[in-house]
Design a protein around this ligand. Sequence first.
Ligand SMILES: O=C(O)CCC(=O)C(=O)O
Length: 351
Amino acid sequence: MPSLFRQGSKQDELSGIWEDPSHSAEQVATLTAGPNETFSRFGGLWTDRVDALTELDRRVSVDHLTASDADRLRQWISQGYVILEGAIPAGDCVSLSDELARMWREGAHDALMQEPGVPRGVPIVAGTSPVKMRVLDIHAVRPEALTLLFAPAIVRFLHLIFDRDPLLFQSLTFECGSEQGIHQDTAYVVVHPPLELAAAWIALEDVKEGSGELQYYEGSHRLPEYLFSGEYKHFNGGRDGADQHKEWEGLLHTNSREMRLPLRTFLPKRGDVLIWAADLAHGGASVVDRSLTRRSLVGHYCPIGALPNYFTYRDDRSTTVATTGGAYSSEYYELGGARRRRSFGMAKRRH
Ligand SMILES: O=C(O)CCC(=O)C(=O)O
């Protein structure tokens, strides 16, 4: 059997506890934790603290959170995701979907598409099959995407977990199921600090069974922490190699099963949103019926002040643009006019 629990994180210390379903990790960890201690050695949001449920109770009484905010936060802390039903008006989803259909049909020289595994995006060529393709950072080139990604319900929840305005720093748009293997975003979507990250998955249409639905292991944001090359939260192919990647992927499944975490399938209606935590293991199911689309838009956010990794090596991409509810940036497009620009002053940090 492969080593189930790699490296020494708080999760590892608690691993035995998971075998006793009468204890939650929070209950046990709170007994041994210091103030502000997080499950991960890499820190995280306040919701990643081992005493997060106690902190939530404090916030409910001091900040007068609504009952539904408190319920959502409780679910976020214990299960690593929330679903915001009907968060986005159907008409807004249709406008963006129609524009995307037009872009695939007629091409779009100002928008980039990418095949999985290919490092660069290229302009969308008329008539390209969108199967397995994604559009990169559509928020930087189509304002209607910003309307969705900064919908008030999303911004409200992100504000609750970030304690700051969100910075949208990457978005991916899919016409069909991605079929991407189960993964944790911290391996690929690099931000400093690494767990100050959340993603919102927006259904642009009613999702049908067999279309390659989004899947996730409920509670997997508390899986034992895997360290690439014994040190890193993110994967770097040249440094870590394919064997570690395979081991990590395998452990996501093995550990989830060992901890009896259910594999859930998201079958949303148009306008529903699922927000997941940095380490929630998720991916796209296999497409069973290739005639089905699965139109969706995913935004990756960090709190303003955290640093997307590309800011550290692309000065020309560290511009942020203020928008209602927060700010956005893009690794792939040069943004805005000088008036709207605000580059973060920061020390260079390379991976
Ligand atoms: O929508 C999907 O199938 C997967 C998206 C995803 O994994 C991501 O954006 O991190």
